[in-house]
Design a binder for this molecule. Structure first.
Ligand code: ADP
Length: 160
């Protein structure tokens, strides 16, 4: 049984993230999508809201667990009996940061590998910050986030 952990902020989940999850499921028996509970990041959505959006957006997928974690990712990965971390790669701009993280993680634990999944070209420039910006100005989000997430974004910005 090969389990991989896909960690991230998912603030909120986008169609780019879902594309990475679907591709990862072709490679592994089980994927644990792990929402990082990092208060230092000041997310727009609470951990509970991010988990809810992920659950709703991946209802069509099997062999998936949606969870949250705090503390060291490597400890969390071990606790899930996984030895692979999945990360998505977009443009070259992701590379340096991801490269650094993957190598540092390997220094700490040789047994855990990081695997990078390339997204569909259509999502190469998509990230959660752009989505929030478009939502703030009332732009069209059909191409970028599932309907449920779009509604949550609208609610969030209508309250502000
Ligand atoms: P983090 O704050 O850890 O970067 P994100 O939620 O922004 O968390 O992203 C989680 C992972 O998903 C990262 O590996 C990121 O590169 C990847 N990712 C995000 N958006 C996309 C996308 N559009 N295509 C491919 N990978 C993506």
């Amino acid at each position: 049984m090969k389990t991989a952990v896909y960690p991230g902020s998912f603030d909120p989940v986008t169609k780019g993230h879902i594309d990475v999850i679907e591709r990862s499921l072709k490679l592994f028996d089980r994927i644990v999508v792990a929402v990082g509970d990092n208060p230092g990041k000041k997310p727009l959505f609470s951990t509970k809201e991010r988990l809810e959006m992920l659950k709703e957006s991946t209802k069509h997928l099997k062999s998936l667990e949606i969870d949250s974690f705090s503390g060291l990712l490597l400890d969390y990965v071990k606790s899930k009996k996984a030895n692979v971390i999945v990360r998505g790669l977009r443009a070259v701009s992701d590379f340096e940061f991801e490269f650094q993280r993957a190598l540092m993680n390997r220094v700490v634990n040789e047994d855990i590998e990081t695997v990078f999944i390339m997204t569909k070209e259509h999502y190469v420039y998509l990230n959660s910050s752009i989505v929030k910006e478009i939502a703030m100005f009332g732009g069209n989000l059909d191409d970028f986030v599932p309907k449920f997430v779009e509604e949550k974004l609208r609610e969030k910005f209508s309250k502000k």
